[in-house]
Design a protein around this ligand. Sequence first.
Ligand SMILES: Cc1ncc(COP(=O)(O)O)c(C=O)c1O
Length: 447
Amino acid sequence: MEANGNHTNATRRDFLKTAGVLGAGLVASGAVSPAHAADAPRKVETLAMNGGPKAITAPAADATKWPIYGDEEIDLVTKLLRNPGYGPVAEFEDAWKAQFGSPFAKAHCNGTNALTSMLFACDYPEGSEIIVCDYSTWFPLVPMRLFGLVPVLVDANPRTMNIDLEAFKKAITPKTRAVLAVHWYGMPCDMEEIGAIAKERGIDVLEDASHAHGAKVKDTWIGNWGRMAGFSLQSTKPLPAIEGGIAVYKERGDYERAVAYGNYDLPGSFPEDSPYRKYQGTAFGSKLRIHPVAAILARVQLRDLVKRNTEGVAQMKQLNDRITQLPGLTAQYEGPGIHRVYYSRNFLYVDAKQSGMSRDKVVEALKAEGMDVAAYTLKLQHEYPIYREDKWWRHMPVLPTETPACDELNGKTISLPYFTSAQPELVEQYAAAFEKVWAHKDSLGKG
Ligand SMILES: Cc1ncc(COP(=O)(O)O)c(C=O)c1O
């Protein structure tokens, strides 16, 4: 693995250097194989945006179809409808605990409420600060206001899209109680480093693992690194239940407090010595149970999660390893010991200086070739009005004054689809389209 996070392929890189853009253009057109391109006559296929043939012609309709349910889910849901009940909920929670080795797990109606239950379970004093990346989502952040907690937003790492470790360290104050690691689009945060910093500073690690079911750092599943973790099971996620969520806990006390928050009917099932048993019949004002249909979908999807992830990652790696040989094109960085999964999109970065082309020009040219590609710009959390209006907060959020890495990401990222089934032809054509566009980089750079 080289410093920019892309696997090297000396043969291909050397070939691109010697054959230069002209040879690469020919390969892009499919006219010659890479091995012979250096000797080939020098002809560049015209870009589709200039009237040439499209590089991408394979049908893409089902390539990103998600979720994919089968007869087993249909049969089980039909059985449930004939004989309604809540049995599937505990079956799903048990399957999750068996798969990931989580001591305690509670399924919820969605990820937001799994995370909200977690925040309640933390039981931090009013005004406690939780550090989280600005390049993320509202789902675990806005609910902090319900418990008098303070989101402290910090910059991202411009290679991983995850929380920047230096920014995290700098943001720690005597009021900090936790860091919330969000594993962006399936790329795990550096949990070893985060865990070490948190341990040294005496704060908790929490995880929003909504994009990263089945990802690992070293041999440890994402979701098992912190004191607790929450996952969305919404339709687009790696483990899709159409709508649903689950939260996992290491400590019995955390689990019981979280469960008591949104399950009026469960505290009575806790052991005699539980301080939460007495809340049977009322809970704390919310009802957050997962729908049993969603629990069925999640349980069946869980069985093949790892296999699906492995195949999907291998396919994306095949594409990314090839196209990141092109100058100025890199992928979301996967550091040593990090084992990512994909969630919905495949992000790459265009370095305008190194590639000689602006991101917009690259996107325009690739789109014309028939690619599902877009410039990716995320509205940062601190830009939303809710974090600035004191009527919503008992303690105001701490917002960054500058976010150079988030801004860099917003200026360089392009988003490609994650193919959810084997698509060898599309992978080949996507790679060829990039190579074709790069073969025209001199003219595109001028335009
Ligand atoms: C990072 C992240 N966390 C939490 C959630 C919330 O999950 P849900 O939509 O299931 O409530 C989402 C949903 O997209 C998400 O992207």
